[in-house]
Design a protein around this ligand. Structure first.
Ligand code: ZN
Ligand code: ZN
Length: 307
């Protein structure tokens, strides 16, 4: 059993290692940076380890942004509240596989996105900074401050999500109550929109549903599942049948890009004809459907937690 290190323990280790392995300006700046990390809480900011220092690495220091993957990569947090200069900083420090390792790369790279920009063979840790000069250290600090703002706006219990306004504005009566009840359930279970103004809901970075409340006084709301996520998990038979019963077939009214005819798809081992792009779909869910959606969510959480 290893004990959890406190930020102070980590700081003391950094001080010792930076003193032992680094020299000159790099040592001076790195020691200053260690102090910044301690004071900024970057090692455990609301449960997120924003970055990690690794030493010795390529005869010096490497800073990996290991905790920020789900925020900055693969378009997940495309509305990340960060200015363009910080995005450019991230792009300039993309950890293309090969740079991650002095030999041939770690073999875990892939084509991925950072803030919407595609990189070929990006390492599994997307951002790394090697032997920064004084200016780069300062920019790194700014970037960490920006990461904290992002974490604040996405993980804060008091965050007001745009979808809550959309519910209030566009729904009324039981439909409004049902949407709000489901929202409360999802939020309690840490299933929240990816950003405050996004409609894709995820748990620990895994997209589960898209939820919309129409903006045209129709008093309608709907949600559809991200089948690619759901298919990753074992699913109980009862829930399989629930999803099968919710498969959406392409019609002229579905408004999906697959019309006039959706593709035939296998969904949990069963083939469906002309399936919409939204695959499984709930319009104005209520009663038993809502209860089953909650069961599905709890099942996904359990699966994701046990990964
Ligand atoms: Zn790599
Ligand atoms: Zn369709």
């Amino acid at each position: 059993m290893s004990e959890q290190k406190t930020p102070t323990d980590i700081y003391e280790e950094r001080k010792r290692d930076f003193t032992a392995y680094l020299t000159g300006d790099l040592q001076t700046n790195a020691l200053d940076f260690a102090e910044y990390l301690l004071n900024s809480g970057a090692d455990n900011y609301k449960g997120v380890q924003i970055c990690w220092t690794f030493i010795p690495w390529n005869d010096g220091l490497c800073i990996f942004f290991n905790g920020m993957e789900k925020f900055i990569c693969d378009n997940a947090y495309i509305n990340f509240p960060i200015d363009e200069s910080m995005k450019e900083f991230a792009w300039a420090n993309a950890n293309v596989c090969g740079k991650c390792n002095t030999e041939n790369g770690c073999g875990r790279g892939g084509d991925r996105y950072i803030f919407g920009k595609k990189f070929d063979d990006l390492c599994y840790i997307a951002l790394s900074i090697n032997n920064p000069d004084a200016d780069t250290f300062e920019k790194t600090k700014k970037f960490i401050d920006a990461c904290k703002i992002c974490i604040d706006t996405t993980n804060n219990e008091n965050t007001r999500f745009a979808i809550e306004d959309a519910f209030e504005k566009n729904l009324s009566g039981d439909r409004l109550k049902n949407a709000q009840k489901l929202f409360a359930f999802l939020k309690t279970n840490d299933v929240v929109p990816e950003t405050i103004d996004n409609d894709c809901w995820n748990y620990k970075g895994n997209g589960l549903f898209v939820i919309h409340a129409y903006g045209d006084d129709d008093n309608n709301w709907f949600m559809y599942g991200n089948l690619e996520t759901w298919e990753k998990y074992p699913i109980t038979d009862g829930m399989k049948e629930f999803i099968w019963a919710s498969i959406r077939v392409c019609t002229g009214q579905c408004g999906c890009p697959n019309w006039p005819r959706g593709g035939n798809r296998m969904v949990f081992g069963k083939e469906f004809k002309s399936v919409c792009s939204s695959v499984f779909f709930f319009q104005n869910p209520e009663g038993e459907t809502l209860e089953n959606i909650k069961k599905l969510v709890l099942l996904a959480k359990k699966n994701i937690d046990n990964l």
